[in-house]
Ligand binder design. Structure first.
Ligand code: CP
Ligand code: NVA
Length: 308
């Protein structure tokens, strides 16, 4: 059973194949062609954290494909009252065709997948956000930024930073990650990326200086300083991340035609200035829309490869 838990489980060709499909179905949708590629199929969406984009894009995506999505909040299911993941996985996967989970620990989603009869998609964990990176790369393709791109990630060494490490190291492009001291990426995930990079030719550079990271880059990206589950650290993080805002001054160090990406939600005046987020180089709303198309590609691909 092929799941979508981290980009590390996919080859470069598989990632590009899914995105080709996503770009094709986006075109079809814009032309008014509706192909119900998942007619009468059901997707269970389990949310243990909040969401706007992930919920809407998976739910609408499934409807457009002729299927149905169920929103399951852990607050309202027996999961929230202590029913084991194992039992939940066995029961739900006997009834639906696919499961999407947003939760805390990557190991929980792996455990769920190990008991599931149907493909499981990671809709964000503390460690990774792989569906977001598929939309991000799709946006890079659409903006002509996929030929040997240099990407700068400025900010927290979190799930987004880790997912960029996986994407860059699988596809073979240059990624510079600049975090404050003490907020570096996970060393095990970095090691994995370095292993991948040896095969793909990717250049991974780990820094603490945002300027050095952004210098001459084609893509600049960042993410919130306090992720879901880190609400108590917010004030401390705001102090520790001073100097890591992506503002016009920092963007000027990138190439003239560089684009700005952000998975959203964005906090203006913290990790990104209002001017950059809403400015001409920002493609964050294309990126957000592409969640819908990229995830439709992922769901169709997983459904097709179910028996492998
Ligand atoms: N980028 C993203 O995953 O957004 P949501 O938290 O709104 O789903
Ligand atoms: N790093 C953020 C991403 C939100 C989409 C979080 O985990 O909260």
């Amino acid at each position: 059973m092929k799941h979508f838990l981290t980009l590390n489980d996919f080859t470069k060709d598989e990632i590009l194949e899914i995105l080709d499909l996503a770009i094709k179905i986006k075109k079809e949708l814009k032309n008014g062609e509706i192909k119900q590629r998942m007619k009468d199929k059901s997707l269970a969406m389990i949310f243990e954290k909040s969401s706007t984009r992930t919920r809407v894009s998976f739910e609408v995506g499934m409807t457009q494909l002729g299927g149905h999505a169920l929103f399951l909040s852990s607050r309202d299911t027996q999961l929230g009252r202590g029913e084991p993941l194992k039992d939940t996985a066995i029961v739900i996967s006997r009834m639906v065709d696919m499961v999407m989970i947003r939760t805390y620990k990557q190991k929980d989603i792996e455990e769920f997948a190990s008991y599931s009869n149907v493909p499981v998609i990671n809709g964000l964990t503390d460690e990774f956000h792989p569906v977001q990176l598929m939309a991000d790369y799709m946006t890079m393709i659409e903006h002509g930024k996929n030929k040997n791109p240099k990407v700068a990630y400025v900010g927290d060494g979190n799930n987004m930073a880790h997912s960029w490490l996986m994407l860059a190291s699988k596809l073979g492009f240059e990624l510079r990650v600049a975090t404050p001291k003490g907020y570096e990426v996970d060393s095990v995930i970095l090691d994995q990326a370095m292993q991948n990079a040896k095969k793909s030719g990717a250049k991974i550079v780990i820094l603490n200086d945002p300027k050095e990271a952004v210098e001459g880059c084609d893509i600049v990206t960042t993410d919130t300083w306090a992720s879901m589950g880190q609400e108590d650290e917010k004030a401390q993080r705001e102090r520790d991340f001073q100097g890591y805002i992506v503002d016009n001054k920092l963007m000027k160090l990138a190439k003239k035609d560089a684009i700005f990406l952000h998975c959203l939600p964005a906090y203006r005046g913290q990790e990104v200035s209002k001017e950059v987020l809403e400015g001409a180089q920002s493609v964050v709303f294309d990126e957000a829309e592409n969640r819908l198309h990229a995830q439709k590609g992922i769901m169709i691909w997983l459904d097709k490869h179910k028996e492998v």
